[in-house]
Design a protein around this ligand. Structure first.
Ligand SMILES: CC(C)(COP(=O)(O)OP(=O)(O)OC[C@H]1O[C@@H](n2cnc3c(N)ncnc32)[C@H](O)[C@@H]1OP(=O)(O)O)[C@@H](O)C(=O)NCCC(=O)NCCS
Length: 436
């Protein structure tokens, strides 16, 4: 097992511990760890309120924290030896893998290595050890969101969903086809503390690529915590009700101020449990007086809004980017967990430089509920691919045909990449609304 302790026996010590809240005697260690993460991402030093709220939320998520510490003393006046030089955290949440199926995923977050200790293999040690441990614990996938596109491919992660930023002109051009199917009312954002998780659960059940949300989201959506840890009093919210009067969607949003022109409403969180709720919430956003544009930084790349607008040019999208990165830890388990919408048979030869999940497997689907996965060592493969490319194809968001055209997948049987594209398709475009 790769371990920074083994790679640098005299220099570093690795500690793994659960995140704990203020009432725990080990709180100081967790708080120092959070300060190190803020340092790694160039954020402000955190005050007591931020630390207490953040760690209470981390404890609710059962986050496991890893800190790498300098052993043998640090120079006088530098940060103390109790401040980790590297951080890493994990939690477990369900991933929707299509057709309503959920697969528990090891979510990796808070990856930082202090600049003065970088490029010595610390990240490689932490991530290799963690992926191996997650596999040993029986998990078939790991996931993360990446600050840079060049870091995680080497560890077998592939981009599995995308998102983009949109700016919607809500002036007179803004008109949606059709009629509302429910109704929208403004609410006190505090109600989201209770109902946001229930509404999100609908999204989680219905959306391939969706990841179960961490505690932080209901705090963010309700304005209980802003990015600085203080309550965000600018946050407002509206709820969508279905025909029976049950809330099935919400949007929380904030006005960017009278000094910023055009007058802009920024979406903090938009969670719609069904298509009608999504469009009705946009109808509401488009109807807010005194506002010229509505912006959203987490929009789906296949956005039904564009097709619902009478003038699709009301939407300006930009910054299409990778969002969820997946790492398959156990190929037969991950393949068997999926539902395939078409009949097909593929022999996949998968390479894995970390030595965790490589091999050759035959996948056979009759388009029914179950698929058969068999060891096919020694058989001629239809597709030869890296574990990262299988991750990209897994939620149907990246076509194996595209990956073959890019020279990443080698197609050994003509048509196999197209067959894989059809087999890995999901019932609606994959989108992940959960950053972590
Ligand atoms: C990214 C970061 C965690 C890397 O940590 P590190 O300990 O220096 O990484 P390692 O020494 O273990 O390097 C592992 C491999 O990744 C490569 N690598 C590391 N950071 C990279 C980067 N930013 N871009 C491209 N490659 C990178 C290394 O070259 C090395 O490659 P190799 O093993 O094939 O030779 C660290 O630079 C950092 O904290 N950056 C700021 C915060 C951040 O971006 N975190 C990621 C959040 S998702």
């Amino acid at each position: 097992m790769a371990d920074p302790k083994e790679e640098k026996p005299v220099k570093y010590t690795v500690h793994q511990f659960p995140a704990v809240s203020q009432d725990n005697p080990e709180y100081g260690r967790s708080a120092t760890w959070v300060q190190a993460v803020s340092h790694g991402f160039h954020q402000h030093r955190r005050d007591d309120e931020y630390l207490a709220k953040t760690l209470a939320a981390y404890q609710a998520d059962q986050r496991e924290l890893t800190g790498v510490y300098v052993s043998g003393g640090v120079p006088e006046h530098s940060l103390g030896a109790e401040v980790p030089v590297a951080t890493y955290a994990t939690m477990r949440k369900p991933l929707n893998i299509g057709f309503g199926r959920q697969l528990e995923a090891n979510l990796v977050t808070a990856v930082t290595v202090r600049g003065t200790h970088r490029r010595q293999g610390i990240l490689r040690g932490m991530i290799s050890a963690d992926l191996e441990a997650a596999k040993d614990a029986g998990l078939a996938v790991a996931a993360l969101t990446a600050s840079e596109g060049t870091i995680y491919g080497r560890f077998g992660f592939g981009v599995a969903t995308f998102e983009c930023s949109i700016k919607v002109d809500t002036g007179p051009r803004f008109r949606l086809r059709g009629l509302p199917e429910g109704h929208v009312e403004v609410a006190d954002p505090a109600v989201l503390l209770d109902i946001a998780p229930k509404i999100f659960e609908r999204v989680q059940r219905a959306t391939p690529g969706s990841i179960g949300r961490q505690e932080y989201y209901r705090l963010l959506a309700s304005g209980s915590i802003g990015h600085d840890g203080k309550p965000d009093l600018a946050v407002r919210c509206a709820l969508h009700y279905d025909h029976s009067g049950t809330p099935d969607g919400y949007v929380s949003y904030r006005f960017k101020g009278w000094d910023a022109k055009p007058f802009t409403m920024e979406i903090v969180d938009l969670v719609a449990g069904n298509d009608a709720a999504y469009l009705d919430l946009w109808r509401f956003l488009g109807s807010i007086d005194l506002i010229d544009v509505v912006t959203w930084a987490e929009a789906p790349v296949n956005d039904p809004l564009a097709w619902a607008l009478e003038d699709p040019r009301c939407i300006e999208d930009s910054d299409v980017r990778d969002m969820l990165w997946l790492r398959i830890l156990d190929v037969p388990a991950a393949l068997a967990a999926r539902q395939y919408p078409v009949t097909g048979r593929l022999v996949l030869q998968v390479s894995d430089t970390l030595g965790l999940a490589g091999g050759t497997w035959e996948l056979e689907s009759d388009a029914g509920a179950g698929a058969t996965v068999r060891d096919a060592s020694g058989q001629d493969p239809d597709l030869v691919l890296d574990i990262a490319d299988l991750a990209s194809a897994y939620l149907g968001a990246v076509s194996p045909v595209t990956l073959a055209a890019a020279g990443r997948i080698s197609e050994r049987r003509p048509g196999a990449a197209f067959a894989a594209q059809q087999m890995f398709a999901v019932e609606r475009p994959a989108h992940c609304l959960t950053h972590f």
